[in-house]
Design a binder for this molecule. Structure first.
Ligand code: COA
Length: 260
């Protein structure tokens, strides 16, 4: 399918989804949210795709935030809807059972930082800059940022970044656990593909159950989460891939997963 604001390239079970409004630093307007929502449905339902990489077009930005020209028109009624719509799209990304890796190639501000936070794994280029600068505009993060940032890097740090609006450079983002790895800009996509290829080589049922189980940490108590883990673990043990993976180990050969 073709999208107005996104490019999708599919190769070797990996989909690279590029936010494509470079002249506006890939700022998220309502069309981008509509496109992201449909694209994730499409990618979820395409059996050929195992892993999704999300990145931004151009050399400057992943996403420089929600589109401020649209924000500027909001009032109290429309703003709630605006926030809920964005949250729903980002929740869809987090709940996607196929791993979603953000390759952050520049500014990831406001909604851009929140978009990266909604992904399962984040890697960044050395020129990446994260931040929740909404207070500079007289608002707070509205696409899940207060919740996801606080859960990922702890409430004290999240509070500081949200209250000051300060940008977080790649080195600091790595130090505080906001991103997993930092690469030079020209290495970033190769490294993203390398990680995605490694994940693609595993049994995909186990990969999807891993995503679901780790995601449940934000929704369940430890006890409920462990029960959920045990159920998914049990389901894994009913798959062909479980038989293949364990047999291959015992027979000292590489597994040949069929993803069933
Ligand atoms: N919404 C709408 N347009 C945006 C945007 C956003 N969030 N971020 C950047 N743009 C647009 C600029 O208006 C400019 O468009 P123009 O050429 O038609 O004037 C274009 O993208 C390039 O941005 P510019 O500001 O000229 O680039 P820069 O390198 O000088 O600065 C930033 C880069 C990211 C520091 C700056 O664009 C910025 O502060 N953006 C807003 C960040 C923000 O507050 N995001 C949170 C929103 S909730």
């Amino acid at each position: 399918m073709n999208y107005k604001t996104l490019l999708i390239e599919i190769k070797d079970n990996i989909a690279v989804l590029t936010l494509n409004r470079p002249e506006k630093l890939n700022a998220l307007n309502s069309q981008t949210l509509i496109d992201l929502d449909s694209a994730f449905d499409e990618l979820k339902n395409n059996d050929e795709i195992f892993v999704i990489i999300l990145t931004g077009s151009g050399e400057k930005a992943f996403v420089a935030g929600a589109d401020i020209s649209e924000l500027n028109k909001l009032d109290t009624i429309s703003a709630k809807d605006f926030s809920k719509k964005g949250q729903a799209v980002f929740d869809k990304i987090t709940k996607c059972e196929k791993p979603v890796l953000a390759a952050v190639n520049g500014f990831a501000l406001g909604g851009g930082c929140e978009l990266a936070l909604a992904c399962h794994i984040r890697i960044a280029s050395e020129n990446a800059k994260f931040g929740q600068p909404e207070v500079n505009l007289g608002i707070i993060p509205g696409y899940g940022g207060t919740q996801r940032l606080a859960r990922l890097i702890n409430t004290g740090r999240a509070m500081e970044y949200i209250l000051t609006g300060d940008m977080i450079n790649a080195e600091e983002a790595f130090r505080i656990g906001l991103v997993n790895k930092v690469y030079s800009p020209d290495q970033l996509m190769d490294k993203a593909i390398e990680i995605a290829t490694k994940i693609s080589s595993k049994g995909q049922q186990a990969i999807r159950f891993s995503v679901k189980s780790v995601n449940s940490v934000n929704e369940m108590s430890l006890n409920d989460g462990q029960n959920f883990e045990a159920s998914l673990f049990a389901l894994c043990c009913g798959t062909e891939d479980f038989k293949e993976g364990t047999s291959a180990f015992l027979e000292k050969r590489k597994p040949n997963f069929i993803n069933k």
